[in-house]
Design a protein around this ligand. Structure first.
Ligand code: C2O
Ligand code: CU
Length: 481
């Protein structure tokens, strides 16, 4: 891995040395940046969107650059410099979810950066070493800001990918709306302390459902993102042969959907999948939906239109295998964490002393929730007036391998996310999970999941991605030195 100094020199050679921010940690790049970083302006603002239908009142949402789920495409090996301008009426930050990057750009208030106040700016310099389907979102008042729509899509393209005839991106998100287009409370105690507060207005790319066309017998790539704050979905396809080809952006050997338990892929907030589907013959259509809810939500229909492609046996197109640090499972150190309710956990009141700058800044930024319902192994992220940022869940050694067992001691599913890493999902007590790389893993009630990774330097949070759970305590952090 190139040293920090090598990077500065490379940057200087390209005439870009001056824009490199001082780093608290060493660089985490795998690929050398091919060219000087491209600058992308990212400004968060309010805008009106008709979510209830064009004849119904509009809703005031939050978006980046006036585009719901702003789409950014990068190429594997690119490095982009994002100039984030906060035009929202509240503080925010940007977190590039699932991207392996220097810790200083991770977007976690107080741990990695100060919040960006209204009118403020922060520059993120993000390397894209891993191809795939990713997204970005704020890391402050997430229930409120993501609840109002603030998220963007990041596609990292790979020239080595097989060729598909077409591609569609589906961003799934429910909204908490009243009939007049205004918001219902983003969080209710009964939701926050249980499965989460659901939105009843279901959308894909901001509309109730999509009716699309694709060439008959063609190979279509679907990138499906669960951008909801709360809802776990069972993704299924009817009317076409389909295979799962990537999870959280990372390729896996294709698995035909009908080989998965119940022929669905269960995924929670923040998780993404890529599917390869083979379109049927002319005039026939394919339905894609969430089969978990009592009422199946068919969010997209793809109808086959005439094409020159002829009918042939389906063989899933495999994406190139990911080039990720491979944990050494034999020598890895083992750690175990339990997801639990704060009441059961008898949360320890030890933490950083209240006058510790980190603990104090955390509260002053308002980036914490108001109540504690959840914990990870008896530690809760601070909420309300509680200024005790807990000590790290563990101190890890840079470059060393870890096997982390995550036990779900609650009655609800939790999609657990680790920042700054792609981890290997190596085992699940239910036997339901194939081996794959991911940045978020759904741990079901009573289930135990084991993940493994090579620790990258920095302070990285580890949390449930049901945003209310995270903001009411189910978050901790690892210090990697
Ligand atoms: Cu998308 Cu802290 O996460
Ligand atoms: Cu949770």
């Amino acid at each position: 891995m190139p040293s920090r100094r090598a990077f500065l020199l490379a940057g200087a050679a390209l005439g870009t040395g001056a824009v490199l921010a001082p780093s608290r940690t060493s660089e985490a790049r795998v690929l050398p940046a091919a060219v000087a970083p491209r600058t992308v302006a990212l400004s968060a603002r309010e805008m009106d969107l008709h979510l209830l239908g064009s004849d119904k009142p509009a809703t005031r949402i939050y978006a980046y650059d006036g585009e719901l789920f702003r789409l950014i495409r990068a190429k594997r090996g690119d490095e982009l410099e994002f100039t984030f301008d906060n035009h929202l009426p509240e503080a925010s930050t940007v977190h590039f979810h699932g991207i392996r990057m220097p810790n200083e750009y991770d977007g976690v208030p107080t741990l990695t950066q100060p919040v960006v106040a209204p009118g403020g700016r922060f520059t993120y310099r993000i390397p894209f070493d891993d191809p795939g389907t990713f997204f970005f979102h704020p890391h402050c008042d997430e229930t409120g800001q993501v609840g109002r729509g603030l998220a963007g899509v990041l596609i990292v393209e790979d020239a080595r990918d097989p060729k598909f005839d077409a591609e569609h991106i589906f961003c799934l998100k429910d909204w908490r709306l009243a009939e007049d287009g205004s918001y219902l409370a983003m969080s209710e105690p009964d939701g926050a302390s249980k499965a989460g507060t659901y939105g009843a207005t279901r959308t894909v790319n901001g509309v109730p459902a999509l009716d699309l066309k694709a060439p008959a017998n063609s190979d279509v790539r679907l990138r499906i993102l669960n951008l909801d704050s709360t809802r776990v979905m069972d993704l299924g396809v009817e009317g076409a042969e389909a295979a799962l080809i990537a999870v959280d952006g990372h390729a896996l050997p294709p698995i035909p959907l009908d080989k998965l338990p119940d022929s669905i892929w269960r995924f929670g907030p923040a998780q993404r999948i890529d599917l390869h589907i083979r379109m049927p013959e002319v005039g026939k259509s394919v339905q894609i939906g969430d089969y978990r809810a009592a009422n199946i939500y068919h969010f997209a229909t793809l109808t086959a239109e005439p094409s020159s492609r002829s009918k042939r046996p389906f063989r899933a197109l495999a994406l190139p295998p990911p080039k990720l640090p491979q944990p050494d499972l034999k020598r890895a150190e083992r750690l175990t964490f339990t997801l639990q309710q704060a009441t059961d956990a008898a949360v320890k009141e030890v933490g950083l002393p209240p006058d510790d700058p980190l603990a104090k800044a955390l509260i002053d930024t308002l980036c914490v929730g108001s109540t504690t319902y959840w914990a990870i192994s008896q530690e809760s992220w601070p909420t309300g007036e509680k200024r005790n940022l807990p000590p790290p869940l563990a101190k890890l050694g840079e470059g060393r391998s870890y096997r982390v067992t995550i036990k779900n001691g609650t009655r609800y599913p939790h999609p657990v996310h680790l920042h700054g890493h792609a981890f290997a999902v190596i085992d699940s007590s239910s036997g339901r999970l194939p081996k794959h790389f991911a940045d978020t893993v759904l741990v079901q009630p009573d289930e135990t999941v084991e993940i493994a990774f090579v620790a990258a330097p920095g302070d990285w949070v580890f949390h449930c991605h049901i945003l209310e759970h995270m903001e009411t305590g189910m978050m901790g952090w690892f210090r990697v030195v």
